[in-house]
Design a protein around this ligand. Structure first.
Ligand code: PGA
Length: 257
């Protein structure tokens, strides 16, 4: 049985002291349990300070991005080895903001996935359709392209530990969420694609999260869906109380499954 994973994607928010204060508040109310993994993806500048804080804590650290090369003349970039070195276990790859605002191609995303896995980081691969793609009935074609390209040539053992976030782009930061039924359809479609690309065993083990305007109010129904193993949370992860509520909802949803 898959555990649940709740990821906070802070994007370009919070200074180091704000990040540390958030984590102190979260720690004081978080009860340890092994059914759920809590992951925080702060900006690069807070990774080191949070890593220190997480030493004796079940909370895991993620980066929001990574470059595909191990080192060298790549001004402004951070390598997977550096992320591992600073204490990251996870890295978000292929977020729609990276794809759209920074022109990240499917090829680049694939290269980042390979580099992350090579350095023992667990990729949180984001996939999802834009509004016009949804309207023109291209959702499945977009998901197929993004998944096939990102995962091509990977071994089953690499994919076993993969986290995939289904994030319809039109739902990100807009307050509009996919209905729980549509989110389940998307997650199941992704699971079946993984089965076709690898095997039923692998697809049963892969974590599929939903992302896009998840909040304490809508989390219950979304997380109750059979193929949704957690959430990638942007806006609502910035407030420790709201984020804690989503974590508690996930624990409950997991017990009810
Ligand atoms: P949101 O962001 O929860 O603010 O919609 C989700 C994400 O971008 O991962």
């Amino acid at each position: 049985m898959r555990i649940s994973i709740i990821v906070a994607n802070w994007k370009m928010n919070k200074s180091v002291s704000e990040a540390v204060r958030f984590v102190q508040e979260l720690h004081s109310s978080l009860t340890e349990n092994d059914e759920i993994e809590v992951v925080i993806a702060p900006p690069f500048t807070s990774l080191n300070s949070l890593s220190e804080k997480f030493k004796d804590s079940p909370i895991k650290l993620a980066a929001q991005n990574v470059f595909c090369m191990p080192d060298g003349p790549f001004t402004g970039e951070i390598s997977p080895r550096m992320l591992k070195d600073v204490g990251c276990d996870y890295v978000i790859i292929g977020h729609s903001e990276r794809r759209d605002l920074f022109n990240e191609s499917d090829e680049m995303i694939h290269a980042k996935i390979v580099a992350a896995i090579k350095n023992d980081l667990i990729p949180i691969l984001c996939v999802g359709e834009r509004l016009q793609e949804l309207r023109s009935g291209q959702t499945e074609a977009v998901l197929a392209r993004q998944l096939d390209s990102a995962l091509q040539g990977l071994r089953s053992t690499d994919v076993e530990r993969l986290v995939i976030a289904y994030e319809p782009v039109w739902a990100i930061g807009t307050g509009e969420t996919a209905s729980p039924e549509d989110a389940q359809v998307g997650a199941l479609w992704i699971r079946k694609r993984i089965q076709a690309l690898f095997s039923a065993k692998i697809s049963n083990g892969v974590w599929i999260l939903y992302g896009g305007s998840v909040n304490p109010e809508n989390a219950k129904e979304l997380l109750a869906q059979r193929d949704i193993d957690g959430a990638l949370v942007g806006g609502s992860s910035l407030d420790p109380k709201a984020f804690l509520k989503i974590i508690q909802t996930a624990v409950q949803a997991k017990r009810n499954k």
